[in-house]
Design a protein around this ligand. Structure first.
Ligand code: HEM
Ligand code: NAG
Ligand code: NAG
Ligand code: NAG
Ligand code: NAG
Length: 514
């Protein structure tokens, strides 16, 4: 009796096992049948069922795509889970793609992360995105905003200088500072202020966090522990990267579930702060009898005719802080890095600063002066060409399209290898050389169609003008008043990739100029 039931148990287990094997073999067979008979096949690594090529992914999209390009050429494909991804590495292919107003299609990962149909960055609902984008065109993208940015950058720089003066130093006036640490708080404060007119005092908060023995009195800011807010951004980029690329099955696997939960709870934590700020401003506006004449984005959202929920405002403000903080800080770091390696360029730039800004080194800088800094502008472009903060951009097509003779169905996911386009000898002479002069040749217009530091088309960076105003003003203030040197003149610029290149650990020596 016992033996009999055991036997039948075994046969039934056996049957399940066999069924499983047959099922799996059929699935794999079907998968590869579909793969080898797909429409418009492109060269590329052969994917595994379910997970695609994710095991080959190294975590740095720029390097991953470049390694594949060397094997498969200027247009190829790989699989992110079951999703086909097409990579293009030439500007003729990219220009067309940038015109599409969709970055990614809604995807179960981004849905889970709460980014799919909200805010700006990964909003894949066109109408929903354009409603929010219109607010940006009327606020942060205006000339008035650029002017305000030039002014506020100076206010903030003076605050930062006061804090730098307190930093301990073994060598008199020469201070050694972790530039990236300061910069990310600087760009965070600047972006927050432009959008909300609120202060977080992240620089003071950062100074106090790294100098616990020699604290300064800290004005009350609107975000507690504001210096660590940028850690939330790093995690948010990591989250978007993780949820976009990791197939559901893997996300929920025992090895990754913890990462998934950590990222989700981190995002909730970051949202709570912003929601509070929005609620406070809403109450303030409702209580006030006078007409509010503030032009900042938050106020515009709250006084708009159409009703926009607090959480939708929160999503867009979060995306702007995300889009404006570490990108700008990394671009600034890249500029300082390249100047450190090119003393002649640095010298010529300082000459331009003296010529345009005049001899009074305490004078206020105006937006008109900033616009006249042509050589500094060329340095910005050249550093961004060699070090694009977003080395690989993304687009998807709403309608079927054709690229380089290949036909693609709607909803194909494309990657654009911006870094390669910025360094291809087909578009640039001596592509690997840092040469700002190339940007001064006004008759050479073809460069601009192979330059995507801010992306392109309707989805181009809405913070472009603000970023330019902030970066050029800060560079002008720094180099007008200080001699700046890199502490480490040998190592390449160190960064971590999470959608954007986040520069870390750039140490500089600063000394007041004679
Ligand atoms: C030097 C600094 C910056 C760089 C290099 C940069 C770069 C970029 C790039 C490459 C894109 C993608 C564009 C595309 O897909 O065509 C983008 C989008 C975006 N950027 Fe920036 N950005 C910078 C500064 C800023 C600032 C200061 C803000 C906000 C104040 C900002 C907010 C955004 C937003 C919200 C998007 C998404 C736009 C959309 O999907 O419609 N960025 N940025
Ligand atoms: C955009 O989507 C969000 C989230 O689903 C929704 O709350 C909001 O009303 C939508 N906005 C527009 C303009 O469609
Ligand atoms: C989010 O993550 C960062 C970095 O891992 C950490 O410093 C921060 O405390 C986390 N915040 C929340 C609210 O979980
Ligand atoms: C510079 O601007 C600030 C405020 O924007 C103002 O208080 C200050 O007086 C100005 N300084 C000079 C020298 O014009
Ligand atoms: C400027 O660009 C044009 C067009 O590419 C080129 O023919 C010319 O030689 C360039 N001039 C200089 C000085 O590099």
């Amino acid at each position: 009796m016992f033996l009999k039931s055991l036997l039948s148990f075994e046969t039934s287990t056996m049957n399940y096992f066999l069924l499983f094997i047959i099922g799996l073999a059929t699935y794999v067979g079907l998968f590869y049948y579909r793969y080898f008979t797909r429409q418009s096949p492109l060269p590329g690594p052969i994917p595994l069922p379910i997970i695609g090529n994710v095991l080959q992914y190294t975590g740095d999209a720029g390097k991953f795509v470049e390694a594949l390009r060397l094997i498969y050429g200027d247009i190829f494909e790989f699989y992110s889970g079951t999703r086909r991804v097409v990579c293009v590495c030439r500007s003729e292919m990219a220009g067309k793609l940038f015109n599409s107003p969709l970055r990614v299609h809604s995807n179960d990962g981004l849905d889970e992360y709460g980014m799919s149909n909200k805010g700006i960055l990964f909003n894949s609902d066109y109408d929903n995105w354009s409603t929010h984008r219109r607010f940006l065109q009327k606020t942060i993208a205006t000339p008035q905003s650029s002017k305000e940015t030039v002014e506020f950058t100076q206010t903030l720089f003076q605050e930062m200088e006061k804090l730098w003066k307190r930093v301990d130093s073994n060598d008199g006036d020469v201070k050694e500072i972790d530039f990236t640490g300061w910069l990310s708080r600087f760009t965070f404060e600047n972006t927050l202020f432009l959008m909300t007119k609120l202060r977080a005092h992240a620089l003071t908060n950062y100074y106090n966090a790294i100098n616990p023995q020699n604290k300064v009195v800290e004005p009350e800011g609107t975000i507690p522990k504001s210096h660590s807010y940028i850690e939330i951004f790093k995690t948010a980029f990591e989250g978007a990267h993780f949820f976009l690329l990791t197939p559901k099955l893997l996300r929920n696997s025992p090895g990754m579930r913890e990462t998934r939960n950590r990222l989700l709870s981190n995002k909730t934590g970051a949202s709570t702060n912003l929601l509070k700020i929005i609620e406070e401003r809403r109450t303030q506006i409702e209580k006030s009898n006078e007409k509010i004449d503030s032009n900042d984005l938050l106020t515009k959202f709250l006084t708009a005719n159409e009703k926009i929920s607090d959480d939708d405002i929160r999503a867009t403000i979060m995306d702007l802080l995300l889009g404006g903080t570490l990108t700008t800080a990394s671009t600034l770091s890249a500029i300082v890095y390249y100047l450190g390696h090119n003393p002649k360029v640095q010298k010529r730039m300082v000459q331009e600063l003296d010529d345009v800004l005049g001899s009074d080194r305490d004078s206020n800088i105006t937006i008109d002066q900033v616009n006249k800094l042509e050589y500094t502008d060329a340095i910005f472009k050249e550093a961004s060409r060699l070090f694009p903060t977003i080395p690989v951009n993304v687009r998807t097509n709403a309608e079927p399209n054709e690229i380089a003779g290949y036909k693609f169905p709607a909803k194909t996911q494309f990657l654009i290898d911006v870094e390669r386009i910025h360094r291809s000898p087909d578009y640039w002479t001596d592509p690997d050389t840092f040469n700002p002069d190339r940007w001064l040749n006004k008759s050479d217009t073809k460069m601009y169609s192979s330059y995507y530091q801010f992306g392109g088309g309707a989805r181009e960076c809405p913070g472009k003008k603000m970023a330019l105003a902030e970066v050029k003003t800060l560079i002008a203030l720094l180099y007008r008043n200080y001699d700046i040197e890199l502490v480490d003149k040998v190592s390449p610029l160190n960064y971590k990739y999470d959608f954007i290149k986040i520069v870390q650990g750039l140490e500089i020596k600063i000394k007041p100029r004679n």
